[in-house]
Design a protein. Structure first.
Length: 193
């Protein structure tokens, strides 16, 4: 096919130049040369130390924005393991309930302090309390996992429930409420629909 050197074609009709078709942005389109001149900046700064400082400051601002977004539950700043409607439902469900696992860290600190005492009776009591607490926490997490799986099946369909939802719920339930990331979006007793 030959290239048309004249720039116009006899086959194409000329567009109507009415006031409606001429309405535009109100200024002429800038030429490529003007746009390139406006965007021109050095690829490498002349002062390498200054360039590093600027890059470091920009990265720090970006990381802070990501940290705040992740902390507040903004989906685009979350890692893949925390994204999606099912994971949001799990987080909201776990945050709405009080789990035994939430109290694990404070109880373990108390048990460690009590195990330092030289009396064998106190040491025996602390070991029994530790194992009893771990058993109760494991049972609580087991029932939480079953409940989560059932509710996700009702909401999203049994065949669409992602794998690992029980583990995700259990890990979140074992953390202190104040230390959870993303931060809890639900108040206690405010169950997700």
């Amino acid at each position: 096919m030959a290239k048309n050197t004249q720039g116009t074609s006899n086959d194409e009709p000329s567009p109507d130049l009415t006031p409606d078709t001429l309405a535009g942005k109100g200024r002429p389109t800038p030429t490529r040369k003007e746009v390139e001149a406006a965007r021109k900046r050095p690829l490498v700064t002349n002062d390498r130390a200054e360039g590093r400082k600027v890059a470091k400051a920009a990265m720090q601002i970006e990381r802070e924005k990501q940290r705040i977004g992740y902390s507040n539950g903004v989906e685009k700043y979350m890692p893949l393991r925390d994204r999606g409607a099912q994971k949001r439902f799990i987080r909201d469900y776990v945050d709405a309930r009080t789990s035994v696992g939430e109290f694990m860290l404070p109880i373990l600190v108390v048990i460690i302090i009590l195990s330092v005492f030289p009396q064998p009776e106190i040491a025996l009591i602390t070991i029994v309390l530790l194992w009893l607490f771990l058993l109760v926490a494991a049972v609580d997490i087991f029932f939480l996992g079953r409940s989560i799986r059932k509710r996700l099946g009702e909401k999203f369909g049994v065949s669409k429930v992602e794998s690992g939802v029980r583990w995700y719920a259990g890990v979140r339930a074992m953390q202190l409420r104040q230390m959870r990331l993303p931060k809890p979006q639900q108040k206690r007793g405010d169950w997700p629909s």
